[in-house]
Write a protein that binds this ligand. Structure first.
Ligand code: DC
Length: 204
């Protein structure tokens, strides 16, 4: 039986942490759909045309997630994600994943609105740009990158604007999504709220 949890929201709002925790708790498979766009962005940075890269994507492109988590690849991902043909090329894989037997959690920008509007649970996880930039700065410094808050905040804001303002599948909360603002929430509280939403849908 399939059961889909769609988790959307901007960068560094806590989607990944919440998605992994929900997947572990219920034994669902998890797909970080941002990695697909990052893999296309990486191939684009290496000189390949974006649409061809999206059409040729294979599991090998996702084999080294650390190489996909750099700021340059994030920026490239946000740029290729604007192209409707890139999004179309990634659609079937995501839909099939969402409906796999045993349950699935997908996190991204358009899961509840475009990829899986019939998802049993839809969450929109957000936080203020300042809080998200602080979180991202900590991660980047811990990973050994040299940067500062001003730079990270500017990156976060420009990526938000591009993701939310594009014509094709813009980032937005589905009308029936539960919004979780994690600005003033600890990880445990945010995960508990997400788990409660899934439990309510499974009972209902
Ligand atoms: O979640 P992330 O930061 O890894 O995503 C990288 C970029 O990919 C993001 O800026 C926009 C794009 N993206 C998208 O357009 N749709 C998704 N479902 C996931 C990511």
């Amino acid at each position: 039986m399939s059961f889909t949890v769609a988790i959307d929201g901007p960068a560094a709002a806590g989607k990944g942490t919440i998605s992994r925790a929900v997947a572990a708790r219920f034994g669902f498979a998890h797909l970080d759909t941002g990695l697909l766009y990052r893999a296309v962005g990486r191939r684009m940075l290496a000189g390949e045309p974006s649409i061809a890269a999206a059409e040729a994507l294979t599991p090998d492109d996702l084999a080294d997630p650390d190489a996909l988590r750099t700021a340059a690849v994030a920026e490239a991902a946000s740029k290729v994600a604007v192209i409707p043909e890139v999004r179309a090329a990634l659609l079937d894989f995501q839909r099939a994943f969402a409906r796999r037997a045993g349950g699935a959690v997908l996190d991204g920008r358009d899961i509840g609105t475009v990829i899986c509007p019939e998802a049993e649970v839809k969450l929109f996880v957000t936080a203020s740009a300042e809080v998200r930039a602080e979180r991202r700065l900590k991660e980047l410094l811990a990973a050994g990158f040299e940067t500062d808050l001003g730079t990270v905040l500017a990156d976060v804001k420009s990526r938000d604007a591009r993701d939310a303002e594009r014509a094709s599948a813009p980032m937005r909360a589905a009308d029936d999504a539960l919004t979780l603002d994690t600005s003033a929430m600890g990880v445990e509280e945010a995960v508990a709220a997400a788990v409660a939403a899934v439990e309510a849908a499974r009972v209902g």
